[in-house]
Design a protein around this ligand. Sequence first.
Ligand code: F0G
Length: 462
Amino acid sequence: MNSSHRTWAEPWKIKMVEPIRMTTQAEREAAIAKAGYNTFLLEADDVYIDLLTDSGTSAMSDQQWSALMLGDESYAGSKSFYKLVEAVRDVYGYEELIPTHQGRGAEHILSQTLISEGDVVPGNMYFTTTRFHQEMAGGKFVDVILDEAHDPHSLHPFKGNIDMAKLRAVVDQHGAERVPYVSFETNVNMAGGQPVSLANMKEVYEYCSPLGILVMLDATRAAENAYFIQQREFGYHDQPLAQILREMTSYSDGATVSSKKDNLVNIGGFLAVRDPELARRARSMLVAFEGLHTYGGMSGRDMEALAAGIREMVQTDDHIRSRVGQVEYIGDALIKAGIPVIRPVGGHGVFLDAGTILDHVPQDQFPAQALAAAIYVDSGVRGMERGVVSAGRDPQTGENRHPNLELVRLTIPRRVYTQSHMDVTAESVIRVYEKRESISGLRFTYEPDTLRFFQARFEPVT
Ligand code: F0G
């Protein structure tokens, strides 16, 4: 190793610890059967290393914890709200803030405000709750992401990009007046945490604006996306993430954000827009569904911690460098061991290619669901299915949707686990991979009507 090499390391030290429980294999076998082979239904106390999600699982800083004490719980006009407005303006550059209890609250308000029955919403791959709200408002989601995003083997550096030809075809077919907005996600979750490039964001915005089509970002993981732009896009290597993020949002009319991710808090979210008239319409929905316009779905202390978290996210580049560095660390360990994972490794987690790993299990027997359960039984590491179960059924035909990507997501919470936890996780995945032929498929014993992955129950197919 070259003597000037410096590994990524955490730009923080640990002040408080939370014990976690180790379990036996027999205990885990009982726990997963009780949970209907769905890792969402496990009790957290039975989990050793929890990689279910990076949502709401971040460790807050001492600054954020002390900000909680400043929370102003006034029903109307809370001081904490105005601090949050300022933080969103400074970091994201949007003037109008509509605070919600979490991301899907913002998606609901946005969808109800902009979508009419029969409208079409193009987007760069679906997200579960986002598409649900678009469909509930009477819209139809159309995927316009690059083909490369659906290919686990493509090494395209910006697999999250919108394919301009696909976008133009949707607008030509339906007419711009039937397309209220483009739903543009940064660091695309369902594609494996894959970024979009600034060049693509600019092109989409310049195409849509003259047609009167809004560009609404899902900026939930925009800061992580900014890091990939800094690393991969020509001309941005020396720009601070804060500046890149502002350029990203400049190519949009607004954004929905789940603050439970990049924003480093355990609950919260928002819709932010430029147009005061759109904000006025959204606020009249807000007061019916979430809360008064100066708190939405959050307490004063939540808004204080969030305002601090938004600033911390990009105050220096060190936080995100070590955050994505940790994801790359476990990704590299798995790639070295020959485990099929989505590449390039994404921003918020490592996505195992369960379709390839369990190629003896048909997709209608839920290979990713079965693989997530097997990893839990091996080590107490909890991941999540992102495949046919998450994709749900087509509302028109009632058939299972069959996504190309049949994945298990190992999502890394921010500032929570150490490198040794990553080592244990990699060891467990490698062991399960070695005995993959012994893993059988699953079938439903209970299938919920909506967002079925959260609460479905299964049993092994014998
Ligand atoms: N958009 C994206 C890209 C998300 O990843 C999520 C949540 C949401 C919107 C909804 O936000 O949970 O605050 O209501 N993703 C979580 C996950 C659940 O585990 O990926 P929310």
